[in-house]
Design a protein around this ligand. Structure first.
Ligand SMILES: Cc1ncc(COP(=O)(O)O)c(C=O)c1O
Length: 451
């Protein structure tokens, strides 16, 4: 049988001779059967260098909220490129983009721009420490806040390193990290409001801020249980800690006002990335004026040569206009398509006896593949996820999906974009059903051979 990924394999082999490990972001190396090389995309469809076409639910790790290569965005970028890409100075566009964010996000009284959400996370944590004069940051196990030393504490720890559930270990997945960084964090378990109160009390007066993904999309799309957001708001208010909402994924995706609008709360500081630039390197820190005060008075340094460059601003302005134009129709359309996809996948899995359960709000969701004998019901936190999710079995199903032309994220996450149509969802479900049949039969054969 011809190798449907032959050209990608050839390019990946070449890449390993000139790019460290062959990829430019570590996570891309995980892609099976080989990191794919793409030639072009349009709307919800993406084509690889072997000519395979995919209905794309990876969509640039969530950044491509408006689909691939939207004509209006290409025009906006081209127009600006002809005028200049970068002045390291002011331009009217930055005010226009800032004002659009103010319109969309009630807690965005002031903003500052960067080029990646990783940078914005660092700015937010620095601001919080300066604002409160306290050293510690509380974050949740399994949440991802970018790849810097500070963003990765407590992300995806292996079970043997979990430690006391009352005070989870401050594990870092990378070598070469400044060791003292770990001492600046308190890691808590998600979705246990009583535990959150206890751990905050234990470090009383020392915690500057709580940073959190309002829906932990980086681990299983863990939505907050009733009382979780309320408890977060209460403990922050009672203890004088800042609340930092990392809306890198949920921002614009869960509505113009992001997860804050969707779940009904306001943060002191908000991290925006991905969809705010629609695939160009653009990110923003948004926040209450009071929380931004140390930037205003110059005590906190926030800088960057390429911050607020006109090329990315032109793209961001176009992106924000799409969301503003949709108004109250967003995120309803996206939720509807996402939930149809989740229900269809669930039904298909049931038909083929595959223990797969999608969970999440719809615009983003995660396919949980239950291990043999694992309990059913929603996964609530990181440890629960690791204990119940059968990563190897999901990886096999994902390969079958890929073969049928449906592209989901390696670890089980799916994103729906504003470019996906009803016809795309229907087609994706037809293809997914074929993938499910292929997976069920191959998995049964492999399991029988092992026993
Ligand atoms: C919640 C969250 N925060 C921060 C980041 C870092 O964003 P970037 O890769 O743009 O630096 C990510 C990236 O996936 C993210 O999901």
């Amino acid at each position: 049988m011809p190798d449907r990924y032959a050209k990608s394999r050839e390019l990946f082999a070449q890449a390993q001779t000139c790019i460290a490990a062959g990829v430019n972001s570590g996570i891309r190396k995980m892609e099976q059967p080989v990191p794919l090389y793409f030639s072009h995309g349009k709307g919800a469809k993406l084509t690889d260098v072997d000519g395979n076409s995919y209905l794309d639910f990876q969509i640039g790790q969530g950044a491509i909220l408006y689909g691939h290569a939207p004509a209006g965005m290409a025009d906006a970028i081209a127009k600006q490129a002809a005028l200049g890409t970068h002045w390291a100075a002011q331009c009217e566009l930055e005010i226009e983009v800032a004002q659009r964010l103010q319109k969309l996000i009630p807690s965005a009284e002031l903003v500052r721009f960067n080029n990646s959400a990783t940078e914005v996370v660092l700015s937010a944590l620095r601001l919080a420490r300066a604002h409160t004069g306290r050293p510690l940051i509380l974050k949740f196990e399994g949440a991802y806040h970018g790849w810097a030393d500070e963003g990765l504490v407590g992300f995806a720890p292996p079970p043997q390193a979990w430690g006391d559930p009352e005070e989870p270990s401050r594990i870092h997945p990378s070598a070469g990290v400044i060791p003292e960084v770990l001492d600046q964090f308190v890691v808590a378990r998600w979705n246990d409001p009583a535990h959150l109160r206890r751990i905050v009390q234990k470090h009383r007066g020392q915690i500057a801020a709580v940073i959190f993904e309002p829906i932990i999309c980086n681990t299983c799309c863990l939505q907050p249980v009733p009382g979780m957001i309320e408890t977060l708001l209460e403990v922050c208010r009672e203890e004088g800690m800042l609340l930092i909402a990392d809306e890198t994924i949920t921002g614009l995706r869960m509505g113009g006002g992001g997860a804050q609008e969707f779940l009904g709360f306001q943060a002191d500081l908000t991290i925006l990335g991905k969809a705010i630039g629609g695939g160009v390197p653009f990110a923003a820190l948004a926040g209450k004026r009071e929380a931004m005060q140390t930037i205003i008075d110059g005590r906190v340094v926030h800088a960057g040569t390429l911050n607020g460059n006109p090329l990315c601003l032109a793209a961001a302005k176009w992106c924000l206009d799409q969301v503003l134009e949709l108004g109250p129709r967003h995120p309803g359309g996206l939720v509807n398509l996402g939930q149809q996809l989740m229900q269809g996948l669930r039904a298909s899995a049931q038909r083929h006896g595959v223990p797969m359960h999608p969970q999440g709000p719809g615009p983003a969701f995660h396919c949980v593949m239950l291990k043999p004998g694992a309990a059913e019901g929603p996964v609530l936190d990181y440890r629960d996820y690791v204990q119940r999710h059968d990563a190897a079995r999901w990886a096999h199903l994902r390969l079958c999906l890929l073969e049928q032309g449906v592209r989901a994220i390696e670890r089980g996450l799916w994103f729906v974009s504003l470019a996906h149509t009803q016809a795309d969802i229907d087609e994706a479900l037809r293809r997914a059903d074929a993938a499910m049949a292929q997976h069920a039969s191959q998995w049964a054969t492999a399991t029988a051979a092992k026993s």
